[in-house]
Write a protein that binds this ligand. Structure first.
Ligand SMILES: Nc1nc2c(ncn2[C@@H]2O[C@H](COP(=O)(O)OP(=O)(O)O)[C@@H](O)[C@H]2O)c(=O)[nH]1
Ligand SMILES: [Mg+2]
Length: 441
């Protein structure tokens, strides 16, 4: 996500970053590089102009802060301005004091509305414990209702549908009645899109709005379309009011333009980012964290949140006990590995660690390597997993055959596991390596 922009901005700032003193010329040079990077990322021209002017002005008038050198101050300014540009502090959904909270999903055809309905439903259920229902109001494409039913089921949400023969406004009102009588916390209304913003679409949206009085109208825009996405958002903002944006397909080769321009152009914040076809590829959009990610400062908070979601507390305690008693086995290792992989591709996780983004440049983290490790461990007998010292030459050959790998790979894993156990003994004896040592900072 935003790789090119991120590289460019980091390059633009790397010159000034470590400087103790900065001339006006240095700042001007950095600003030119930043301006180019943003334009290349397809950020709206007016937005770029305002952005660089703002940073420049603040850089010139900057007071000398004790802890930061001038170079660091410029980086901090850019970080703050990027954060402001993307919307300042994150904004949440508004929940109705008397449920159900109604969320209306709008956007062009193919922007990712139906997917976003299911993702948001899953998110609200898992993160907020909400009981969510979905209303199928896209009646123009028969497949649209089926699609919502399918993804809704995956998300654990009830789908209210009446096929494609009724008026979408009637369906929406009927669904709201059911949501109310069935005591749902949230009703998300999926609507139809058009290929372009047109009057009929706007009129229908307005009628659904009137009929359901949504607490949140969310506009889904496709980040991959860059400036077009911003244009669509602007057109919607002018005719049909909405409260916030869901930015979809940020996993594609989005250059960043949409994410950086939408708020400035429409005045509406980005609430969520959708980053893949799977239902869990969906997160709250935090402008401050996104700015830090773009500037290569990592995104520890998002990483920590992800880890917390995955990591069951009870199991964590048991694991800690095992490490303390030096009972950590290949079985535990396998479980850890599975949890880690549940969090997403390893490469994208590592990129969220400060300093790792740049170190990983050009290095491909191969998840297949983990497949191999998993295959090797599952080819061991339970006794071998509990007690790796049983693994003599012939057993290792058997494991290699069973896992479709070779003896070297098995040897290497057994050796690494031994080193890991040793490190754990050190950890449990209180000689904890500092975070700096771990991340190489
Ligand atoms: N890669 C990627 N694909 C997405 C994302 N969101 C939706 N899609 C895909 O985009 C296509 C259109 O999505 P859909 O939800 O049907 O759009 P709608 O017409 O607005 O309802 C589908 O093939 C989705 O799988 C995303 O965040 N990333
Ligand atoms: Mg749809």
């Amino acid at each position: 996500m935003f790789d090119t922009l991120s590289d460019r901005l980091q390059a633009a700032l790397s010159d000034v970053r470590s400087r103790g003193t900065l001339s006006e010329d240095d700042v001007a040079k950095a600003m030119r590089a930043i301006r180019l990077a943003l334009l290349e990322a397809d950020v709206n021209f007016q937005v770029v102009k305002r952005f660089t002017a703002q940073v420049k002005e603040r850089a010139q008038g900057a007071e000398v802060l004790g802890a930061l050198n001038p170079g660091q101050q410029v980086v901090k300014l850019v970080d703050e301005e990027l954060t402001t540009l993307m919307g300042g502090a994150g904004r949440d959904l508004v929940f109705a004091s008397r449920p159900p909270t109604v969320v209306l999903m709008a956007g062009l055809q193919g922007s990712g509305k139906t997917t976003a309905c299911a993702k948001l439903a899953r998110h609200l259920r898992e993160e907020h414990g909400k009981n969510v229902a979905l209303a199928a109001c896209d009646v123009y494409r028969p497949a649209a209702v089926d699609q919502l039913v399918r993804v809704g089921a995956q998300a654990g949400a009830t789908v209210y549908e009446q096929g494609t023969d009724r008026d979408p406004v009637d369906i929406a009102e009927w669904a709201l009645g059911r949501a109310r009588s069935e005591g749902r916390d949230v009703l998300i209304v999926d609507t139809s899109g058009r290929l372009h913003v047109d009057e009929a679409l706007m009129a229908e949206l307005a009628r659904i709005k009137k009929g359901t009085k949504p607490h949140n109208v969310l506009l889904v825009v496709d980040a991959m379309t860059g400036q077009d996405a911003v244009g669509v958002a602007q057109a919607f903002a002018q005719t049909a009011d909405f409260d916030g944006v869901i930015l979809s397909k940020l996993d594609g080769d989005a250059r960043g333009g949409a994410a950086l321009s939408v708020k400035a152009v429409t005045g509406k914040p980005i609430l969520y980012a959708s980053t893949g076809e799977k239902l869990d590829a969906f997160e709250r959009f935090h402008p401050d964290r996104m700015a830090q990610r773009i500037l290569g400062m990592g995104d520890v908070l998002t990483l920590v949140e992800k880890a917390e979601r995955q990591f069951d507390e009870g199991r964590a305690e048991e694991l800690e006990r095992k490490i303390r008693r030096q009972e950590f086995t290949f079985d535990d290792f396998l479980e850890q590995l599975k949890q880690l992989r549940g969090m997403g591709p390893l490469g994208s996780l590592l990129k969220m660690i400060p300093g790792m983004g740049q170190q990983l440049n050009g290095i491909d983290i191969d998840d297949r390597e983990l497949d191999r490790v998993q295959a090797i461990i599952t080819s061991m007998t339970p006794e071998e997993r509990a007690n790796p010292s049983l693994l003599n030459g012939s057993r290792r050959r058997r494991v290699a055959r069973g896992s479709g790998t070779n003896v070297q790979a098995v040897n290497q894993l057994v050796k690494q596991f031994g080193q890991m156990q040793k490190m754990m003994r050190q950890l449990s004896s209180g000689r904890m390596p500092s975070l700096g040592q771990l991340t190489g900072r």
